[in-house]
Design a protein around this ligand. Structure first.
Ligand SMILES: NC(=O)c1ccc[n+]([C@@H]2O[C@H](COP(=O)([O-])OP(=O)(O)OC[C@H]3O[C@@H](n4cnc5c(N)ncnc54)[C@H](OP(=O)(O)O)[C@@H]3O)[C@@H](O)[C@H]2O)c1
Length: 396
């Protein structure tokens, strides 16, 4: 096979599309093995045709016939695989060297973990997987010698400015703090009482980033930054007190590392996911991402503020969840996924998202997590509880 074999989980999403955009500029470097989607068979067929994928994988098996028809119409020879198991099958294949994990939510957990267990290089966008099963990822990566390269722009930034041997412990390499930046989303500086009637379209209208709807809502509630705090804990083996969040509305500084000697190293760039994606794809080399050069003389001034935890409580919950440990992060994530889905379907209001998360954290029993089955069971219970909270207490 010419070039490295890459499989993209969630190819039809925002990160998936940006990844294919970067790959198209480097046709000799990578060969697309498999592209996956949940239901969007028509876009998946177009992508498979354009990138000559060997396998077209549709998670929702009821769409398999339509996918095959769409591929035939395009004269595309990609082989159709269908069902959730097919996702784990393609990441484990010999032809796959690298896996881009870009499914949204806990739905990405199983194939993403399987990629690590199969020893494939993992480019991780699907933060929810790391949030709910961080310990399992760390163990699997050590056991199978897998490299995990973060794609989330903040963690990618930290990965770029940390010393190579950060795994030996942040203190051992002189790091005092990891400083995650947050744009603050579309409602920065808005008081809590003004947010009650926010619509899904308003919440998804992010000022700097063009992303999928779920992560856009997470950015608006600051839940996204809460998830990222937990993601950073596992990716960089950081204690909660070593992680700080600051608001930086311009999204030029993607994150920073503060060292013991007073130095603070930042990674900067225009807010375009193709930069962290290109970095993750080529690491440890650098390739052209197709992104405009950053000209600081043309940027508005760069601002930094402390986060407003009163209007956006989800960020505060994340630090409590880290202290609680075990399955608390599974509950935190599952409740949020259920609440965001209900908000996007206009069944609950914007301010009820943190209420559902908080109520689920109060009500769900938590415990230790030893394996994938336990994560999935805690996840199922937390989703059931969150749905009940929405039905009985919030009203819908
Ligand atoms: N977008 C960004 O700029 C950005 C930045 C940093 C991190 N991330 C993270 O990257 C991940 C993807 O985000 P996104 O914005 O690209 O999401 P998105 O645009 O909503 O795309 C999600 C992708 O996952 C697939 N998918 C959805 N549900 C699935 C399921 N149950 N089973 C299998 N596949 C499923 C979708 O397929 P269909 O098209 O068929 O629905 C689509 O390909 C998230 O974890 C997000 O937090 C995103």
């Amino acid at each position: 096979m010419a070039g490295q074999g890459i499989t993209i989980l969630g190819a039809t999403g925002s990160v998936g599309e940006s990844t294919l955009n970067v790959l198209a500029a480097h046709p000799h470097r990578y060969q697309v093995v498999a592209l996956t989607a949940n239901r969007n068979f028509s876009r998946l067929a177009e992508q498979c045709s354009q990138h000559q994928a060997r396998y077209a994988v549709i998670s929702d098996a009821t769409q398999a016939t339509d996918l095959q028809t769409a591929l035939n119409q395009l004269g595309c020879k990609s082989e159709v695989l269908a069902g959730r198991e097919a996702l784990s099958e393609v990441v484990s294949m010999d032809e796959t060297d690298v896996v881009m994990a870009a499914i949204v939510g806990a739905a990405g957990l199983e194939p993403t973990l399987h990629a690590v267990q199969a020893g494939k290089r993992l480019l991780l966008a699907n933060k929810e997987s790391m949030v709910i099963a961080g310990e399992l990822f760390r163990k699997a990566a050590t056991e199978h010698g897998t490299t995990i390269i973060p794609v989330d722009s903040e963690h990618n930034a930290l990965f770029q400015v940390l010393p190579k041997d950060f795994e030996s412990g942040l203190e051992n390499v002189g790091v005092e703090r990891l400083i995650l930046t947050a744009s603050g989303g579309p409602f920065l500086h808005k008081a809590r009482h003004t947010l009650a009637d926010i619509t899904p379209d308003e919440a998804c209208n992010h000022p700097n980033w063009d992303m999928g709807r779920k992560i856009s809502v997470d950015s608006a509630t600051l839940m996204n930054k809460g998830l990222e705090v937990i993601e950073a804990r596992w990716l960089f083996n950081a204690r909660p007190d070593q992680i700080e969040v600051i608001i930086h509305p311009q999204s030029i500084v993607h994150s920073m590392v503060a060292y013991r000697d007073g130095s603070v190293l930042a990674q900067m760039g225009l807010p375009d996911m193709r930069t962290p994606i290109a970095y993750a794809l080529a690491w440890p080399q650098r390739i052209n991402a197709g992104v405009e050069a950053l000209d600081l003389t043309k940027q508005p001034k760069l601002e930094f503020y402390p986060p407003d935890l009163e209007s956006f409580p989800c960020l505060g919950f994340a630090f409590e969840v880290l202290k609680a440990g075990g399955s608390a992060a599974v509950v935190f994530n599952a409740a949020n996924e259920i609440a965001v889905d209900a908000f996007l379907k206009e069944r609950i209001g914007f301010l009820q998202i943190p209420s559902v998360v908080s109520a689920a954290l109060d009500r769900c029993e938590t415990g230790k997590i030893e394996n994938l089955d336990e994560v999935l069971e805690f996840d199922r219970l937390a989703r059931d509880a969150s749905n009940r909270i929405i039905h009985s207490h919030i009203g819908s």
